[in-house]
Design a protein around this ligand. Structure first.
Ligand code: PLP
Length: 432
């Protein structure tokens, strides 16, 4: 990494004295009060006032009737898959595999936690390519997938980096094919699409309070719904599926997925600051957009007419003609610098050398060894029909293109404007 500090392109720049994070938790003090309350009153388990309160506050904020607090966003997604699977079967499932034997259309460019819960329930993920306008599931590729697999009845989609997907198109296509939607709003809490909060746009909706999300409980997640029946089921499954009986009576498989009242105390302390965090993230995004304006790059885009992102992470995409040669194996990256050009590997390494944390774009699921044998559908058809090699400028495999040319920038809301200006300067020098 010291090669960057010694490189004459970076002379005059000093490393950040303390690490600049991608997106770290931001505590405000209220969290301590609610955690202390839980401990003082001895309500430290999976029942208590903090849990009740965060469920009430989040349901009201997002505009759903019911919110069920869980141990993680992944747990919420898992139980959402179970609900969807049972509804599609038309009957409860005693054991594993509510999605057994079913293809499920899933966002391709996302965190693995969007997809793994499909596999937990025995479903076969079919990956739907990404579009350039919002970096989310491409409605045209989804349309194509229904042509190829018309019997599919479930779609799982994420709103990447806090930017809402093209929901009107996706919902219309799902409706036409009688398919249910699981909405993964883990990254997009507080973002809206046509005035409606993400987390209300699917048949089953999930959010996360993981440590680097826009607000955090240190961990945790929620299932959101207007259906009392679904909320009750998720609550029951998440607490080991006890039946109403004087002893431990079980008719269904259970899970230990409920949020603890201590974690809920942290979430409770964070909720009043959600809007403030969004405003800070938006200011960061706009400062980057302004500061990088004259470079051959663009920011992660959104539909300015119809959506308001929560700006969780600021990302940039290098123009194709400004990409220097870069290759990535399954575990390593190499590049060759060329004047006037750069690449995500160079920028990420330079940022790290100056003690700042960036991150590659989520590596598309269809390129992951665990899912390499699964179908991948692009707008023009089966993305695996040709080759898996990256072909610059090719329209197919948009996810791989964004992965190759994009990166996530330090987006911590505690970063000062002058810290951020230095990040911008480091990026600028990469292109020299
Ligand atoms: C963070 C995240 C999750 C998982 O949430 P956890 O609370 O960490 O389990 C799921 N999907 C996406 C897109 C995420 O970013």
């Amino acid at each position: 990494m010291n090669q960057y500090l010694a490189d004459s392109r970076f002379t005059g720049l000093e490393p950040f004295p303390s690490r600049l994070w991608l997106s770290s938790p931001t505590m405000h003090g209220d969290e301590q009060r609610w955690v202390d309350d839980a401990i003082r009153t001895n309500w430290v388990s999976t029942v208590g006032a903090n849990i009740n309160e965060v469920e009430k506050l989040l349901a009201a904020y997002i505009g759903v009737r019911y919110a069920v607090a869980l141990s993680a966003g992944t747990a919420a997604l898992h139980l959402a898959m179970k609900l969807a699977g049972e509804r599609l079967c038309g009957q409860p499932h005693a054991g594993h595999g509510a999605l057994a034997g079913r293809r499920v259309f899933v966002s391709d460019t996302t965190f693995a936690a969007t997809v793994n819960p499909v596999a937990y329930e025995g479903g076969e993920p079919v990956f739907i390519d990404t579009e350039y306008d919002t970096w989310n599931m491409d409605p045209c590729a989804l349309e194509k997938a229904f042509e190829l697999y018309p019997d599919t009845r479930l779609v799982v989609l994420a709103h990447l980096y806090g930017t809402p997907a093209k929901m009107d198109e996706i919902r219309a296509t799902c409706k036409a094919h009688s398919a249910l939607i699981v909405e993964d709003a883990a990254e997009s809490l507080g973002a809206t699409y046509k005035g409606q909060q993400t987390g209300t746009l699917g048949d089953y909706n999930c959010i996360s309070f993981n440590g680097n999300k826009i607000i955090t409980g240190s961990s945790g997640g929620m299932f959101l719904t207007d259906s009392k029946e679904d909320a009750d089921k998720v609550r029951k499954w998440s607490t080991q599926s006890r039946e109403a009986a004087p002893w431990y009576q079980h008719e269904e498989l259970g899970y230990n997925y409920r949020m603890s009242n201590i974690i809920a105390g942290v979430v409770r302390g964070q909720i009043p600051y959600l809007d403030e965090h969004i405003a800070q993230k938006k200011a960061i995004y706009e400062r980057y957009r302004e500061g990088l304006r004259d470079l051959p790059v663009s920011m992660n885009p959104y539909d300015e007419e119809n959506s308001v992102p929560n700006f969780w992470l600021s990302c940039l995409l290098i123009n194709p003609e400004a990409m220097c040669p870069q290759v990535r194996s399954d575990s390593e990256a190499l590049y060759i610098h060329e004047p006037g050009k750069s690449c995500p590997t160079e920028i990420l390494e330079a940022l790290a050398a100056f003690n700042a944390e960036g991150r590659p774009i989520w590596k598309p699921m269809h390129l992951q060894p665990i899912y390499r044998s699964h179908p991948f559908i692009t707008a023009s058809g089966n993305g695996r029909a040709g080759t898996n090699a990256y072909i610059p400028g090719a329209s197919a495999d948009i996810g791989a293109d964004i992965f190759n040319r994009g990166l996530c920038l330090p987006s911590d809301n505690k970063m000062t404007p002058s810290d951020q200006d230095k990040v911008i300067e480091i990026i600028r020098r990469c292109f020299r």
